[in-house]
Design a protein around this ligand. Structure first.
Ligand SMILES: *Cc1c(COP(=O)(O)O)cnc(C)c1O
Length: 242
């Protein structure tokens, strides 16, 4: 794995970053929201540490990974940023995520909480937790097959939220979602906005909405996203890991 990037790659990342910042800014203006209302989280999965460092040097303060192995490999090499974990999590990887990330976007079941809480207490850290909400009802295919891109059903959010809020070492931060394939992202993220606002009425500090990826960030920002998670628009096409 290369550890420094070529000048060509740095220029490419700089261009992509300014294009993405312009998209975010334009979407905020169009939605009548302040331009600093949205935080960009760069999802660096499958890309080398040289890209991570280059983005940090370009001023990106929030970086994310979706596999524990990659998070563990990259985060210690770039400690001056906030690391986010956005992938499916297994309980036996909880400690590694607590050590290497400050924010977990994908809390989708209560059985994770014991391991997360214990690890956070042991490590003397506080992990900000977002509940991943299933928007399957907005995706034709997912609604038909019952399969979803993950997350807790909207109706189960209050109970899971109360458990996170009560867990030592964990801080309830808000919600996260991925728009289902084939859905209208405005509708799907509109559904998320309702879930988020109900959550906030019970837990005022849980005010983050992590929604929007490279293809649908404008819709997410219209629907109140506070954090957009961008991979391809910043880093380019991914080649799948073997
Ligand atoms: C990969 C990934 C992203 C970024 O997706 P792009 O389409 O590359 O912007 C966002 N969220 C999660 C959970 C991801 O796994």
């Amino acid at each position: 794995m290369t550890t420094t990037s070529t000048p060509g790659r740095e220029a490419e990342l700089r261009d992509n970053l300014s294009a993405v910042r312009e998209r975010i800014q334009a979407a905020c203006v169009a939605a009548g929201r302040p331009e600093d209302a949205v935080t960009l989280v760069a999802i660096t999965k499958t890309f080398p540490i040289s890209d991570v460092r280059a983005l940090a040097e370009l001023g990106v303060r929030d970086l994310g990974e979706n596999r524990e192995q990659e998070l563990k490999a990259k985060a210690p090499d770039c400690p001056d940023v906030t690391w986010h974990f956005v992938g499916q999590l297994q309980s036996n990887k909880a400690r590694s995520v607590v050590r290497n990330a400050a924010v977990l976007h994908s809390v989708d079941r209560s059985s994770l909480l014991k391991a997360l809480s214990r690890a956070a207490v042991d490590e003397g850290r506080v992990l900000r937790c977002l509940l991943q909400v299933s928007l399957a009802e907005y995706g034709p295919e997912e609604a038909a097959t019952g399969r979803s891109r993950g997350g807790v059903e909207p109706a189960a959010v209050p109970e899971l939220a109360a458990e996170v809020a009560a867990a030592e070492g964990l801080e309830l931060g808000g919600v996260m979602a991925v728009a289902p394939l084939g859905s209208d992202p405005d509708e799907a993220f509109g559904g998320l906005e309702v879930v988020a606002s109900r959550l906030r009425s019970e837990h005022p500090g849980a005010d983050w909405i992590s929604a929007g990826m490279s293809g649908d960030l404008e819709a997410a920002i219209r629907r109140g996203a506070t954090h957009v998670r961008l991979g391809r628009a910043l880093l380019g096409t991914r080649t799948p890991l073997g």
